[in-house]
Write a protein that binds this ligand. Structure first.
Ligand SMILES: Cc1cc2nc3c(=O)[nH]c(=O)nc-3n(C[C@H](O)[C@H](O)[C@H](O)COP(=O)(O)OP(=O)(O)OC[C@H]3O[C@@H](n4cnc5c(N)ncnc54)[C@H](O)[C@@H]3O)c2cc1C
Length: 428
């Protein structure tokens, strides 16, 4: 049975499939697309009434698509760019600046940093690593700027030096380092996910509550969004739910997950991110300002012109962005308060051009039961192989994908996509 992506699929009280994929985010859809193309029988169970997960493109808020979750394509070598090209959408990409005050360093310096990282203890944080390596205050400032991408998410003290440098080493095998080229898509992410979802059997509004995985056939209990209890069985199950859902026991495993897997889940953390979007009539962006401006004195500290690529804008779409502790502070308030705070910040960023926005929207990802945060993070203490452990299959039945399992570009849509392709290969 095949269905269109946006169509709500009914589910029988008892359903069986060869492969069940839990989650219709990027990872689940990438795996389902690859496996369906290989002729495998796949059913995707998705708790929400939509596909995409932490990619959430809204098309009816403004004259251009608005992204409430992921927006950027991070780096030029991310494998999802290959899918975008295959789907004939390469001409929708446009390069963007992430507006961070970062520095470029040469190969020699990277190599000396990687050498210095060769014997890193998992408990060392990025602040201590930077302080240890810096010979002067100027050099420390330089290294901080180098790792600025992390400081927009979590502080250097809360970031594993080992994982940062493992990531750098991995990225450098693709000729990149940390924060090289970024892109966006004119129609947003949704058309890419629609292409992945085309022809895949997706059951929306089905939240899996428990998985019994010790027997040859895996059994799942689930609840539909109209409150009906259903059971689903499968020869193989792919779990792609976010790390935050696993940490909060959003799914009960019977028997409990082995210590090796549980430790991997518990030793990572989830980064809070708040992104609110405002839509204005006319062009209100300050003349001559870059598309991404920041002010550490203001909460949120970043304002991003989302439709900067459009000439002669009839509307201006602005995203305000906060990560780490700033995001936690904001998310402790209710939605109207959060949006009021955002408007106040916009008065500062837009200056004379400020006026009341036509629309404002925020999705609080930390409180979302099917996300529980924005993306995974590796704090000090996380062992080098935590993401690999999370990715390891159990019992030849239970398989794992999602951005948190991606050694390559974790946290990103590209990493999630790559993890979906990996799990499809494991099942082939
Ligand atoms: C505000 C924000 C901004 C971001 N910005 C960027 C960016 O600019 N660029 C970038 O590359 N990445 C960005 N990211 C991260 C990116 O969105 C994620 O890395 C990626 O989308 C994760 O995909 P995934 O498939 O691993 O997980 P998800 O997309 O979360 O998919 C998991 C799916 O599982 C479903 N699910 C959960 N529990 C259950 C259950 N019990 N039963 C059934 N289904 C369940 C969820 O509803 C979801 O659809 C951002 C994220 C956020 C929140």
């Amino acid at each position: 049975m095949t269905r269109g992506a946006a169509e709500r699929a009914d589910i029988a009280d008892h359903t069986h499939a060869d492969i069940v994929i839990i989650g219709a985010g990027t990872a689940g859809l990438a795996a389902a697309h690859a496996l369906t193309q290989r002729g495998r029988e796949v059913v995707v169970l998705e708790a929400r009434g939509r596909i995409g997960g932490r990619v959430h493109t809204i098309t009816d808020l403004a004259d251009q698509p608005v992204e409430l979750g992921a927006e950027w394509i991070h780096t030029s070598t991310t494998p999802i760019r290959r899918a975008i090209a295959e789907f004939g959408m390469a001409d929708e990409e446009f390069p963007v600046s992430h507006g961070l005050d970062v520095i470029a360093i040469d190969d020699e310096r990277w190599n000396s940093l990687l050498e210095a990282a060769a014997d890193l203890d998992p408990s060392e944080d990025l602040r201590s690593f930077v302080d240890r390596l810096a010979g002067s205050v100027a050099e420390r400032d330089e290294l901080e700027k180098l790792f600025a991408f992390w400081t927009t998410r979590e502080s250097l003290e809360e970031t594993s030096a080992l994982h940062t440098m493992l990531e750098v080493a991995g990225n450098r095998t693709d000729g990149e380092a940390l924060h090289d080229a970024d892109f966006k898509l004119k129609r947003g992410w949704r058309p890419v996910l629609d292409r992945l979802a085309a022809g895949v059997d997706i059951r929306l509004g089905v939240a899996v509550r428990s998985i019994t995985w010790s027997d040859p056939v895996v059994q799942m209990n689930a609840v539909t969004d109209d409150g009906r209890a259903v059971t689903v069985s499968a020869e193989h199950v792919v779990v792609t739910v976010p790390l935050g859902v696993l940490q909060n026991n959003g799914i009960r495993f019977e028997p409990p997950l082995p210590a090796r897997k549980r430790e991997a889940i518990d030793s990572m953390s989830h980064v809070p991110v708040v992104k609110m979007v405002f839509v204005f009539d006319g062009d209100v962006w300050p003349d001559g300002a870059p598309d991404d401006i920041s002010d550490p004195e203001i909460l949120p500290s970043r304002a991003i012109l989302s439709n900067g690529w459009q000439e002669n804008r009839a509307q201006t779409i602005i995203a305000l962005w906060a990560g780490g502790r700033d995001a936690t502070r904001i998310e402790s308030q209710d939605v109207p308060e959060v949006l009021r705070l955002g408007e106040k910040a916009l008065e500062h960023y837009l200056g004379d051009k400020f006026r009341r926005p036509r629309k404002a929207i925020v999705h609080l990802w930390a409180g979302d039961p099917y996300a529980r945060g924005a993306y995974s993070h590796t704090p000090p203490g996380a062992r080098a192989d935590v993401r690999d452990r999370l990715a390891e299959p159990l019992n030849g039945r239970l398989f794992w994908a999602g951005e948190a399992t991606a050694r390559w570009r974790p946290r990103t849509v590209g990493g999630a996509y790559a993890s979906g392709l990996r799990v499809a290969d494991e099942l082939s």
